[in-house]
Design a protein around this ligand. Structure first.
Ligand code: HEM
Length: 452
């Protein structure tokens, strides 16, 4: 089914925000640099000076920034279709992720989201746990052999290999998988390029070449997967049909797979890295988690354990995502004239909402800058539906949230059952955290792993 190009995509951003309090900072750059280094502090200063709704120039665009769970709710639930995700993310993601779910709005988005329905059903999820556990076991066996173990690059490799198997049905280690992983990494690098021109020699070109290689590969892969049964996501997507019983085209399936890889990979890598950062510091919590896992009396968690059998691990996952949400700011652009926090916004106005800020607001959280997973046992998060929103909400709510939960718990539990984790150097805490594109310690988290 073809959808017409929506009329609102043809307009430039509305940059006349003269009625909104705030200041833009430097011409063109605005407050981009301060924001990239200390995003929470910049938002907090903005909130204290101008109130919950203000304007800012961040990442080279002029935005209205709306800080509070009520705005996350308004923009994400969006019953009147006032806010476009496609145009919100068009500048950073439009070229690289054209056709991905987040780059489609409203009826078109709903139509496309069904391509993923079978891949995220319980039966499929059970299988993914069985596919990923041997890869986790095999790679983690070697992790303790290094005296100073750089956690971040290793967890990144592990998750790329899991992705190749679970998303694409490919075995790791082959030339094909290595080339694909490289294209994916090139694409992610190119996405951050400051000069956004597809010209020879530029980083952006490297990224776009990565995207083109991935697209070519997927367009070749999809026809091979039609009409066969399999338990990887590419095979599920390739065999999904519309209401009329037609397959989605090879190109469409490829576009969804490319976006899926982006959405799944760095987010989960960041969550696991930040979890190990907090746990290396907090040995008591590490002991508690290990005790909970050992009390199950199994070598590894099974799918049915992930829900209710490991509450401490669950609270730990939630707390890591509260403190360092892998997607710290969500972006939308208004489609119609709409009121936000008492200000009337014209169509085509960029708006940012922030899980990063809301998840540390003193109004909603006790000692918000403290790592305290027990706050979820105390149900601190239940005062407002959107005070904890690392997975977003509404139509675009993360479709992979259970998968992320499963992967996080499977990987972290295997690590904790086999090793005690400590900082390679105790001076590492508190360390400098890089927030963009995804949160991780600047030093890539060197650890000392003591085999148990
Ligand atoms: C801790 C890990 C993850 C976090 C924090 C996260 C967060 C998010 C957020 C905030 C959104 C919504 C963005 C918005 O509305 O502007 C989103 C969307 C999405 N996520 Fe995740 N995600 C994670 C892992 C995953 C995984 C593992 C997958 C796939 C297996 C995935 C697939 C997607 C997809 C396809 C979308 C777009 C949904 C749509 O537009 O309908 N994510 N994610």
């Amino acid at each position: 089914m073809d959808f017409a190009v929506p009329h609102y995509t043809r307009h430039k951003d509305n940059t006349n925000l003269s009625h909104i309090p705030g200041s833009y900072g430097l011409p063109l750059l605005g407050r981009t640099f301060q924001f990239v280094i200390k995003p929470y502090e910049v938002l907090d200063a903005q909130y204290r000076k101008y109130g919950p709704v203000s304007k800012a120039s961040l990442t080279f665009q002029k935005f209205v920034v709306a800080l509070g769970p009520e705005f996350i709710q308004q923009l994400l639930l969006d019953g009147k279709q006032n806010f476009s995700a496609r145009m919100g993310y068009n500048t950073p993601l439009g070229d690289f992720f054209a056709g991905g779910l987040l780059m489609r709005d409203f009826d078109e988005h709903k139509f496309h989201r069904r391509i993923m329905q079978t891949a995220f059903k319980i039966d499929a999820m059970r299988n993914y746990v069985d596919l990923m556990q041997p890869i986790i076991d095999a790679q983690m066996t070697d992790w303790g052999k290094q005296s100073k173990f750089q956690f971040y690059p290793h967890i990144k490799t592990l998750l790329l290999d899991i992705g190749a198997k679970v998303f694409l049905g490919l075995d790791m280690g082959g030339d094909e998988t290595r080339a694909l992983n490289q294209s994916f990494l090139d694409m992610n690098e190119g996405m951050l390029a400051l000069i956004r021109k597809d010209w020879p020699g530029l980083l952006y070109r490297k990224g776009m070449n990565g995207r083109r290689d991935l697209e070519k590969f997927f367009i070749g892969l999809v026809p091979q997967r039609r009409g066969i049964t399999g338990n990887d996501m590419a095979t599920f997507f390739a065999n999904e049909t519309t209401d009329e019983g037609e397959y989605f085209s090879d190109k469409v399936v490829g576009e969804h797979l490319i976006f899926l890889l982006l959405a799944a990979h760095d987010t989960t890598t960041s969550a696991l890295t930040m979890a190990c950062y907090y746990l290396a510091h907090d040995q008591a919590w590490q002991d508690r988690l290990r005790e909970e896992l050992r009390s199950l009396g199994k070598p590894a968690l099974e799918y049915d354990d992930l829900g209710n059998n490991v509450p401490d691990l669950d609270h730990c996952f939630k707390e890591v995502l509260r403190m360092n949400p892998p997607v710290p700011m969500l972006m939308r652009r208004t489609v119609n004239e709409v009121e936000v926090g008492g200000y009337l916004l014209q169509p085509h106005t960029m708006v940012q909402i922030s899980p990063l800020y809301v998840q540390r607001m003193e109004q909603w959280w006790s000692n918000p800058h403290q790592f305290d997973p027990d706050r979820f046992a105390r149900e601190e998060h239940k005062q407002h539906n959107f005070q904890w929103a690392p997975f977003g909400g509404g139509a675009h709510k993360c479709i992979g949230l259970h998968f992320a939960d499963m992967l996080f718990k499977s990987a972290l539990s295997t690590l904790l059952m086999n090793y005690r984790i400590r900082f390679a150097d105790e001076q590492q805490y508190p360390g400098r955290i890089q927030h963009f594109p995804f949160a991780k310690p600047m030093d890539d988290l060197p650890l000392s792993l003591e085999r148990l």
